[in-house]
Design a protein around this ligand. Structure first.
Ligand SMILES: [Cu+2]
Length: 301
């Protein structure tokens, strides 16, 4: 039995198409080699024109038509149920954002991993906060684009307990390849217990929640490791070399500098980095959120 209810159908479509391709690869190559020998100029010095051979023409129309329709049939049979969601499916919202997946359960509880009960239909409502992402669970044989401003969905029934990869398959910026997580398929009882234990609200500091919500942590770590840019750890109070209008100067990282870094990131560009990697958060990070971010940065200096 496949990992999901779609695994077998998609695999069968793949095998049919692969089989037909293999048949043509072997068939065409064989005929080609045979013709090279049989109709070489030595053996067959004068070319003969063959015209109006009805049997031949009907054959090469009918056989490929059947094969192409066969491929269509198996593809259609595997794909069409993927767009037909059972009414009683569990609803989970997926939020794609550069470069994290977040799964939101009933009541607004959020998790960075997708946990689902076995043998239950699960519908994923796909939502993007920024650019086009694509949610892919290879073991389940399902993939859908997550497009900003468009309602898209996918669904499945997990049929085997275990942990499976979840990927983003469209290039969505610098850390696209890190945009991955797991699906955990658990028993129904474990699912209920897990969902119950999932905290209503994160018990992390408010400032960190805001940083994560805006995916700042995709580029700035909080533990000192360098990702795309400097870590937030130890940043506050540090003296930093920046380029302002083409001249290098030293600044101390304080409230005003953090604010201008977030609202006009290209004004002072930290030496060693490129302009334009970080976008402006003007109008996205509100003033009260800014205060919480700064408080948080002070707490990890
Ligand atoms: Cu992505």
């Amino acid at each position: 039995m496949g990992a999901s209810n779609f695994t077998e159908g998609v695999d069968l479509a793949f095998k049919v198409i692969f089989g037909i391709s293999l048949f043509f690869l072997v068939g065409i190559t064989t005929v080609m080699l045979y013709f090279v020998v049989r109709y070489s100029r030595k053996r067959h010095p004068h070319a003969v024109q063959i015209k109006d051979n009805n049997v031949l023409e009907i054959t090469w129309i009918t056989i490929p038509l059947i094969l192409v329709l066969l491929m269509f049939y198996y593809g259609y049979v595997a794909f069409s149920p993927e767009r037909n969601v059972p009414k009683d499916a569990i609803q989970i919202t997926v939020i794609g954002k550069m470069w994290v997946w977040t799964f939101e359960y009933e009541g607004g509880k959020q998790s960075p991993v997708l946990v689902v009960p076995i043998n239950k239909a699960v519908k994923l409502n796909l939502h993007s906060d920024d650019v086009i992402h694509s949610l892919y669970i290879p073991a389940f044989r399902i993939k859908e684009d997550v497009v900003p401003g468009k309602k898209n969905y996918m669904w499945f029934i997990a049929q085997q307990l275990g942990e499976y990869d979840v990927l983003c398959t469209v290039y969505c910026g610098l850390r696209h390849s890190y945009m991955e997580t797991k699906t955990r398929v658990v028993s129904e009882a474990d699912y209920a217990a897990w969902l119950k234990a999932l905290p209503e609200k994160s018990n992390e500091p408010e400032g960190l929640v805001i940083l994560k919500k805006n995916a700042c942590t995709g580029c700035h770590s909080i533990d000192g490791t360098k990702i795309v840019s400097a870590s937030f750890k130890g940043l506050y109070g540090k003296t930093e070399k920046v380029m302002t209008n083409g001249t290098e100067r030293s600044v101390t990282v304080d409230d005003a500098y953090i604010k201008s870094s977030v609202y006009s990131p290209d004004q002072d560009v930290v030496v060693g980095y490129q302009k334009g990697i970080m976008k402006t958060y003007q109008g996205i990070v509100k003033d009260d959120e800014m205060i919480k971010i700064i408080d948080y940065l002070k707490s990890i200096k």
